[in-house]
Design a protein around this ligand. Structure first.
Ligand SMILES: [Zn+2]
Length: 358
């Protein structure tokens, strides 16, 4: 693929040691007005790696948009080498509608590399492939859980790719899910085109959550420091644990859930994780974890139909759980990891498992 220069965007030059706001032409809206993709190119004085940081590929996942706004206004570091391309909203058309999807109801994150003659979604993917991925040596793409769910922070990366593995470890998230990503996703396409890209999955749609911001900013700064692009040293983080298999546990009956586990919590095989009850209190179903592991995502919506997702478990062998529990016990109460687990646990009402009457 032809590699366009970082210092020239169409007719617009970006000088070393400067920041430039650029709007790339995407297409036209129904009213015939042009739709543009806003981005900030930030070049250090010295040459070095070029990376993108993007958010809202799913237009309602704006926790990362808040993160990139912070990077633009108050980065907290000096960029000493290379360049960053900051994309606060990639799916600019879905974002306008508070929607995950493009207006043709396609998922932009399944449309890469796209095509110049395809649908509007395919054309936007093509623009990102030729203008962003082609200029970059690495990428960090920020996501949240889908609507009515929340995620415990996890980095997703193809750990067989040395560049992705390096970034994922440098980020400093406790949990790494080793997956290459779905076909047509931004990160899979970028990685295959020689731009190793990882994603952060955390929090909810339609919000900028304080601890998401803190997690994402720490991770991005750590990656940039690791690559020698800033004047900072990486912040020391817990050793990450890598999982390669996850499973959604689904409701078997219609009802109203009571959750017994919180995001980030360890579970044993056959542990009761939710009670599904009718509106007048009669239990309809007890939902158990099919595996030992950690809760990386859960529904925030207690009303369920059969098949609705309840809890997302990252599978961890039981023998490793006790090791991880010990590592948690060593974490300081003020650490981001502990505060994150406490914050997510208060976001949804969690009740202890009721004692059986004698
Ligand atoms: Zn997403």
């Amino acid at each position: 693929m032809e590699k366009p220069p970082i210092e020239l965007w169409g007719d617009t030059p970006v000088k070393a040691g400067s920041k430039k706001r650029i709007r790339l032409e995407v297409g036209e809206s129904y009213t015939g007005l042009s739709v543009r993709l806003p981005l900030l190119v930030w070049r250090a004085k010295e040459p070095g790696p070029v990376g993108f940081i993007s958010s809202a590929v799913h237009g309602d996942e704006i926790n990362g948009t808040g993160t990139i706004r912070e990077l633009i206004n108050n980065p907290g570091f000096t960029l000493t080498k290379g360049a960053l391309i900051l994309l606060p909203v990639v799916n600019i058309i879905g974002f306008e509608r508070h929607s995950r999807y493009m207006p043709d109801r396609r998922d932009l994150n399944r449309a890469f590399p796209g095509s110049v003659t395809g649908s509007i979604t395919s054309r936007l993917a093509n623009l990102l492939t030729t203008e962003i991925i082609a200029r970059c040596d690495f990428g960090i793409d920020l996501h949240t859980a889908a609507v009515r769910r929340t995620n415990f922070p996890n980095v997703r990366a193809n750990m067989e790719n040395p560049g992705c593995r390096d970034l994922a470890k440098a980020f400093g998230c406790e949990l790494i899910v080793d997956q290459e990503g779905p076909a047509g996703s931004f990160r899979k396409c970028a990685t295959e085109l020689g731009c190793p890209t990882i994603i952060l999955e955390a929090g909810e749609v339609w919000k900028v959550e304080s601890l998401y911001l803190e997690t994402a900013l720490r991770g991005i700064r750590n990656c940039l420091a690791h690559l020698g692009m800033t004047d900072q040293a990486p912040i020391e983080c817990p050793e990450p644990w890598v999982v390669n298999s996850t499973q959604w546990v689904r409701a078997g009956a219609g009802g109203f859930l009571q959750f017994h586990v919180a995001p980030g919590e360890f579970v044993e095989e056959n542990q009761l994780i939710a009670t599904n009850a009718g509106l007048l209190g009669l239990e309809t179903e007890l939902i158990y974890s099919p595996h030992s592991g950690v809760v990386i995502g859960m529904s925030t919506m207690p009303a369920v139909s059969p098949g609705d997702p309840v809890v997302h478990i990252a599978k961890v062998p039981q023998k490793d759980i006790s090791k991880l529990e010990k590592a948690h016990d060593r974490q300081h109460e003020d650490s981001l990891e502990v505060r994150m687990r406490e914050d997510l646990a208060t976001n949804v009402h969690i009740v202890g498992v009721r004692e059986e009457s004698p």
